[in-house]
Design a protein around this ligand. Structure first.
Ligand SMILES: [Zn+2]
Length: 443
């Protein structure tokens, strides 16, 4: 295992003592429970029994000391928006698309080919990748196509729920349905969806696409969430063509139903092209309702304002929701991976630090490490309702990502290089799975 000795210079052995100090650790302000009260500059973390037992200015010498020499220390990542059921479909022979709805159609046409073995291979590959990058929890959607299913939920749902049990203690997997909003118009299908999502301990996720009738169906999602006591998640406004906007409807209903703290809206690309007054009013409504927002820069940069065929043109609209304006209103804002290596997006590796680096450029994030590392750690932890909020404090898990960079410039210019992941205070094998394993998808 490479422990990046050349980068974190020979300071971290493959196994750490049960009690030790990590000195010279740079902790972003927004990720410390004591926030800005602490003086600036590197700190010392005392690890004991898999947890942080002290955060201090100096080690006391009661245990071995390892000098990180200014390396950045982050809590392990939380990814609030992934599609493990579709991941690596390119390796299975599908083609990448430049249009959201063509990609949806391509994946739907492929469902009959999916088997438990194939899903386990693709999903397992994704989980091992996320683990190596330092992710401790993720939400994954599963396409919830119209039944008949032959069991509780689609096959991919059952496989994901089984993997959740197998991965417990390493990555906390939150399963989430992805049903088109039309499915809720059928009371029998809606009832079954709510019951099966609840039985799987999942989140009720629906896709609200831009059609005039969809806003009228959104109340049904809240009805179902209330009935089965479920968190709600919307794929909403993933387009750049006003006037059809569904986020305002979701925000109004979330406020009226008192469900905002349990509601998350992903994509919201439309906000980026709304006129200023309409955008401001929508964000005000989202803030008032308490809804969380998730931006997906990788996929949206690929799919939005994309020419469908040659001659290709350079996009002018980039489809990133107004992150600054949302954060300024106190809205919980997170960044997610979205699709990886499937018809929706040709790359992606489920690495929240790469996503942060991309968002820092795409949205011109100010002070991206100090102020925005929360978007891949504490904010998604809040959106998923995780037990640990992700803040670094005495008593929190020693589930950490240590990056040799000492500041945003160093970390975000080499996001993939040299990180060490600690789980329960011990370095984990950071080896990424080999793409050649996926060759079996074609056999
Ligand atoms: Zn998505």
């Amino acid at each position: 295992m490479a422990l990046s000795a050349a980068v974190l210079p020979a300071v971290l052995p493959a196994s750490l003592p049960e009690v030790c100090w990590l000195e010279g650790a740079a902790l972003p302000r927004a990720l410390r429970a004591d926030g800005a009260d602490r003086p600036a500059g590197p700190l010392v973390l005392r690890l004991e029994g898999g947890r942080i037992s002290a955060i201090a200015a100096q080690a006391t010498g009661d245990a071995p000391v390892f000098d990180l020499r200014g390396a950045t220390v982050l809590p392990a990542f939380v990814d609030p928006h992934t599609h493990l059921d579709k991941g690596d479909l390119l390796a299975a022979g599908l083609a990448v698309e430049r249009n959201l709805f063509r990609a949806i159609d391509a994946v739907r046409a492929d469902y009959p080919r999916w088997s438990e073995a194939e899903l386990r291979l693709r999903m397992g590959f994704a989980l091992r990748t996320a683990w190596a990058h330092g992710t401790r929890a993720l939400l994954s959607y599963v396409d919830w196509a119209a039944p008949p299913h032959d069991g509780p939920g689609p096959l991919a749902w059952r496989v994901l729920c089984a993997l959740r049990d197998e991965w417990r203690g390493r990555i906390e997997i939150v399963p989430c349905s992805l049903a088109t909003i039309d499915l809720l118009a059928d009371p029998v299908q809606a009832e079954r969806l709510g019951r099966e999502v609840a039985a799987g301990g999942g989140v009720l996720g629906v896709f609200v696409y831009p059609a005039p009738h969809c806003a009228g169906l959104v109340p049904l999602a809240f009805d179902l969430a209330e009935r089965f006591d479920l968190r709600l998640d919307f794929h909403v406004d993933e387009h750049l063509a006003p006037p059809i906007a569904n986020l305002p409807t979701v925000a109004r209903l979330a406020r009226e139903r008192g469900w905002g703290a349990r509601t998350v809206c992903g994509h919201n690309c439309l906000l980026s092209v709304m006129d200023r007054a309409h955008c401001d009013a929508t964000l005000d409504a989202v803030a008032e309702a308490g809804i969380g927002l998730v931006a997906l820069p990788y996929t949206n940069l690929h799919l939005q304002d994309s020419a469908q065929q040659p001659p290709f043109t350079t996009p002018r609209q980039r489809g990133i929701l107004p992150l600054h304006e949302a954060a300024a209103r106190g809205i919980r804002v997170a960044l997610g991976s979205d699709n990886h290596r499937d018809p929706f997006f040709p790359a992606g590796d489920l690495d929240p630090l790469q996503t942060l680096a991309l968002a820092a450029l795409a949205a011109q994030l100010d002070d991206p490490l100090q102020s925005w590392a929360s978007a891949v750690t504490t904010q998604p932890a809040s959106l998923l309702g995780l037990a640990w909020d992700g803040l670094l404090r005495v008593g929190s898990p020693a589930d950490l990502v240590i990056h040799p960079g000492r500041n945003a410039a160093e970390v975000l210019s080499r996001p993939c290089h040299g990180r060490v992941v600690l789980r329960a205070g011990q370095p984990v094998d950071g080896t990424l799975p080999d793409f050649r394993e996926l060759d079996a998808l074609r056999s």
